[in-house]
Design a protein around this ligand. Structure first.
Ligand code: CAA
Length: 278
């Protein structure tokens, strides 16, 4: 049985990325009370991402203030993200700006650690303490598509174009995207999408369950705002416990899940009524 109750390290705002690091990573971070908005912010490169971007995302996750309950990811300019910065393959982006060179795989342990550090930019978005929303418009390719898949809720504009491009470039999708993709669309459809590297438009994305909401492009921000408001209206403890429970559900037997429901509900009852019965 998976243990979704394992606590993530406490976020520490003192270790967060500074403005220069965020700029180098092509990111903007706005924290407003319980809401953190992360903007992929290299519109002139269609928000292409480098190693620095993924490490920057990980650092934001590590240092998120404890009061943040909703994290919104969005893209500046005409696209959500064009995926990995292709300049990194040709040397155009410069290894320094990109946050280092590709490992050649010869040292397996070092390469494994290298990729794990990049994946950490995506995994924290599943934390029970937050709800993550991808607000997607335009192209979401490769690492960009995987970033949307890492989020709990995908709200997409009607001009969205998803594409898992990695196999066409000789790579595999390795930024945590294969698991949610398979869980959402099934192995066969995931295989077809990845191995043809074809583009999925908004209507099909909605049919496949890749989006919780499809809205006109100019209604994206408003819709996301309404969802954020609804999420914040829910009791915070119940929200965390419910997300934890839902994350466990696919891996549990019915008996295990019933036990998990009881355990979480007892925690809720203690918090809601404990002081009265004491
Ligand atoms: N890396 C670097 N630069 C990129 C980029 C990328 N992934 N995508 C776009 N750009 C740059 C273009 O080179 C262009 O720069 P100039 O203005 O200097 O010419 C600028 O952004 C605008 O691009 P376009 O004119 O092509 O814009 P468009 O709106 O017509 O098309 C697009 C957008 C469909 C995203 C197209 O640019 C494109 O196909 N980009 C490449 C997408 C791609 O193959 N990404 C890799 C995915 S695989 C992956 O992500 C692997 C992984 O995580 C492990």
């Amino acid at each position: 049985m998976s243990d979704a109750r394992v606590k993530e390290p406490r976020p520490d705002p003192a270790t967060g990325p500074n403005e220069a690091e965020l700029a180098e990573a092509g990111l903007r971070l706005d924290v407003d009370g319980a809401i953190a908005t992360i903007t992929l912010n290299r519109p002139e490169r269609r928000n292409a991402m480098t190693f620095a971007t993924w490490r920057g995302l990980a650092k934001i996750g590590e240092s998120l203030p404890g009061g943040v309950r909703v994290v919104v990811l969005r893209g500046a300019g005409p696209a959500f993200s064009a995926g990995i910065d292709l300049g990194m393959f040709s040397g155009g982006a410069g290894a320094e700006d990109a946050g280092g060179a590709f490992p050649d795989g010869a040292d397996e342990a070092a390469s494994d650690r290298f990729i794990a550090d990049l994946q950490a930019g995506y995994t924290w978005l599943r934390r029970p303490e937050i709800v993550s929303i991808a607000a997607v418009h335009g192209h979401a390719i490769g690492g960009g598509f995987q970033l949307a898949l890492a989020c709990d809720i995908r709200v997409i504009a009607d001009d969205t174009k998803f594409c898992m491009k990695e196999p066409a470039l000789g790579l595999v999708p390795d930024l945590t995207g294969t698991k949610p993709l398979v869980e959402i669309v099934g192995v066969n459809r995931a295989l077809e999408l990845c191995l043809t590297a074809r583009t999925v438009l908004a209507d099909e994305a909605a049919r496949l369950g890749l989006a919780e909401h499809v809205v006109p492009r100019d209604a994206l921000d408003k819709t996301v705002g309404e969802i954020v408001t609804a999420l914040l209206a829910v009791n915070p403890g119940a929200a965390v416990a419910t997300k934890r429970l839902l994350l466990e559900a696919p891996h549990n037997t019915l008996d295990e899940q019933c036990a998990a429901e009881r355990r979480e509900q007892i925690g809720r009852l203690r918090e809601l009524f404990g002081s009265q019965s004491a």
